[in-house]
Write a protein that binds this ligand. Structure first.
Ligand code: ADP
Ligand code: MG
Length: 690
């Protein structure tokens, strides 16, 4: 149960004076539904109202606070014209300009002859000073903030209204028992939580907005500590309740499959297999992440582990994020399965009716050894006779909760991601897992030559393609889909496809996410078979498609993609022996971040370097695309700058749990409050009570 001391912070924003349903929605869009969400919405800027010049000396464009006398009101003749109020401070005069303002309100706030303190941005037009919609109009004795926090907003929500709501929420922050170690707090010079959060909302200078101020550090540390504690508790629980089992073979099946392989495994692959086998052979349950760049050869590693499970008498599941990929896996693995003498089957959303029934029956009877498929693998009615190992490919689509569900099915779990993850991110997002890294790529691969070109050179790109296709090359041409205007983007991709067909001939095909799965698969199959040699695609090819013959990747609007995404796209080529190239075509102008992204990509193809850079440029939430899962959403911490705090929080969490595993000491009880405060409740339920 949530500690009572947090009740005020978990009240809905609706409970604030002045917040009704309309405002609640707007606030929810930028911060959240509860007061704590408002409190966690830290300012992104500060307005300084301390510039108080005489009007004659006022610099146009700046925020000024001036004391003036109201001279007169100039009512517009026409409602569409602005209403003007003239004032003076004896050195010069200024016009206040209002659009659609109420006459009553104007008369009341700016009576002719009165003295007023006015604050806002001053401008100069035709050599006359004016201020449109002042931020503040106050009587001389009324208080006005000298420094005001600026918050991230959304359309329809004004800064003033949001700031007021946040002030209201800050007023409800209770003094909570300290959850940090007093000595540590002192060494760092940090204030208690309630003081730190208030200070973070009261910036005076730009520097106060930096992530490394003492108060922002304290808040970040709190959030990271909650994250690390929760992950450790979850992990401990998984090991405790899921006793796991020993899955161990003599390696007979593996040896047969290896003999059928057309290549030998790399050292990196062998090492990963060894780590996985050790986990499976131990009596605790495996929860392991296999990280490896695109094309690093994760599939065969996973398959060897699945064979181990089968040899040990259990079944295996291999889940891919898309149907295309599931089909691709099964096609690639079938020869190996046959060599090993195991029975493999495919289950996706498309298997229906009697065939599906038959398949499920065979699965329940244990006649199918390895089931490959999509999410459909884990539907209610899919029952394995004895599932020993579940492999989940392309992990970045799944969150902690889905991992937990898999665990619930009672098997060892191996998740694979083609997004190399920075160390800090791995700790916060996957702290509940062990990690294997597949470094490097299988031998025989040539690096992909990467070039960055402006759209003005599109003609050259097409000519290059013409030449290459004449020599038998196969190429991808990727057009991005951006959510907000998907229809327009799709039309653009179709248009591009037509143009390319017109200039390069009928070997140009199109595949996009809005196609029926069957159509899409057939287009992919034709590309694989070489009936289509240029495949125009929206990003459906992002995840894992394997056509080793493809040697050219053109990415249009490369500036719209993230670094990791571009890296993945590039990974679609350079998979065979042929020399490959990647042409990143951008539409100017290029922003600073986009420029940095494209340069990084041109200069390196080391996925781990790219990942660190991506984290620096974009922050962690974007990086893994797990915004939906909510798991990585740090509100106060930013692991691209708070890496040092993360390491400390991890040590701290370990120490805490070794001394007080069920958080029963005074500090432990305070730490429970911390876990609730940051929404890590799921971890609290694993604590033994009483
Ligand atoms: P990913 O890690 O992206 O899933 P895959 O497992 O799809 O990579 O492997 C990419 C390609 O490399 C496949 O065609 C696969 O057969 C091949 N491959 C894997 N391991 C090796 C190896 N040791 N030597 C040569 N080719 C390999
Ligand atoms: Mg793969």
């Amino acid at each position: 149960m949530r500690p009572a001391i947090l009740f005020p912070l978990f009240a809905e924003t609706l409970s604030l004076p002045g917040v009704g349903p309309r405002l609640e929605k707007l606030i929810a869009a930028v911060a959240g539904k509860r007061l704590k969400d408002l409190v966690f919405h830290l300012p992104s800027g500060v307005i300084d109202r301390s510039y108080r010049p005489k009007l004659i000396a006022a610099e146009a464009g700046r925020i000024v606070t001036v004391t003036v006398n109201v001279l007169d009101h100039l009512e517009p003749r026409d409602k569409r014209q602005p209403y003007r109020v003239r004032c003076t401070d004896d050195t010069a005069s200024m016009e206040l300009v209002f659009f659609h303002a109420h006459q009553d309100w104007l008369n009341k706030s700016l009576p002719v002859g009165s003295q007023r303190v006015i604050s806002g941005r001053i401008e100069r037009f035709n050599n006359r000073l004016q201020m449109t919609h002042p931020d503040y109009i106050a009587a001389p004795d009324e208080a006005m903030p000298l420094h005001e926090p600026v918050y991230g907003l959304t359309e329809g929500l004004s800064g003033k209204v949001l700031a007021k709501a946040i002030r209201g929420a800050l007023g409800k922050v209770p003094v909570m028992p300290e959850w940090l170690d007093p000595a540590y707090l002192k060494a760092r010079g940090w204030a208690p939580f309630h003081e730190a959060i208030k200070k973070a909302h009261a910036p005076v200078h730009e520097e106060d907005l930096q992530p490394l101020t003492p108060e922002r550090q304290r808040l970040a540390y709190d959030e990271l500590l909650a994250n690390q504690l929760a992950l450790m508790l979850i992990r401990k629980q998984l090991r405790l309740t899921n006793k796991g089992r020993v899955l161990k073979g003599e390696g007979k099946l593996k040896a047969r499959a290896l003999a059928a392989l057309s290549f030998t495994l790399t050292d990196a692959q062998n090492q990963a297999i060894a780590e996985i086998e050790a986990d499976m052979a131990s009596p605790t349950r495996m929860l392991r992440l296999l990280q490896g760049d695109v094309g690093s050869g994760k599939t065969v590693v996973a398959f060897m582990a699945l064979l181990d499970a089968v040899e040990a008498g259990a079944q295996g599941a291999f889940m891919a994020p898309t149907e295309i990929l599931a089909r691709q896996h099964i096609a690639a693995l079938e020869p190996l399965a046959q060599a090993a003498g195991v029975r493999m089957a495919l289950l996706t959303g498309r298997e229906k009716g009697a065939p599906r029934e038959a398949l499920l029956k065979a699965l329940a009877a244990g006649e199918i050894n390895i089931l490959v498929g999509t999410h459909a693998l884990f539907s209610e009615d899919v029952n394995f006779r004895d599932l020993g190992l579940a492999v989940v490919d392309e992990q970045h689509r799944f969150g902690v909760h889905q991992r937990m569900t898999l665990q619930g099915k009672g098997a060892d779990v191996l998740v694979m991601t083609a997004t190399p993850i920075p160390r800090t991110l791995a700790l916060t997002a996957y702290g509940d897992m062990d990690v294997s890294r597949l470094h490097g790529r299988p031998p025989g691969r040539q690096p992909v030559e990467t070039r960055v070109l402006p759209a003005a050179r599109l003609e050259d790109v097409v000519e290059h393609l013409r030449g290459a296709m004449a020599k038998g090359a196969r190429a991808y041409w990727v057009c991005p889909l951006v959510e907000e205007s998907e229809k327009i983007d799709l039309a653009a991709a179709e248009e591009r496809c037509k143009e390319l067909q017109a200039s390069l001939g009928p070997m140009v095909g199109l595949v996009h996410g809005k196609m029926k799965p069957a159509e899409r698969d057939s287009a992919m199959a034709r590309f694989k078979a070489g009936e289509i040699t240029l495949l125009v695609a929206t990003t459906v090819i992002e995840v894992g498609v394997d056509v080793p013959e493809a040697t050219i990747m053109v990415v249009e609007h490369a500036e719209r993609f993230g670094l990791a995404q571009l890296h993945q796209l590039r990974g679609r080529v350079g998979r065979g022996a042929g020399k490959s190239s990647c042409l990143l075509v951008y539409h100017p102008p290029l922003g600073e971040t986009a420029k940095a992204r494209l340069a990084t990509l041109r200069d390196t193809d080391d996925g781990f370097v790219i990942a660190e850079e991506d984290l620096r440029l974009r922050g962690p939430g974007e990086l893994l695309g797990t915004r939906q899962s909510g798991q990585l959403e740090f509100r106060l911490a930013d692991i691209s700058v708070h890496g040092e705090l993360l390491a400390a929080a991890r040590d701290d969490a370990g120490l805490i749990l070794s001394r007080d595993p069920d958080l029963k000491s005074d500090r432990g009880v305070a730490l429970r409050v911390l876990l609730y405060l940051f929404g890590r409740d799921e971890a609290v339920k694993y604590l033994r009570t009483g």
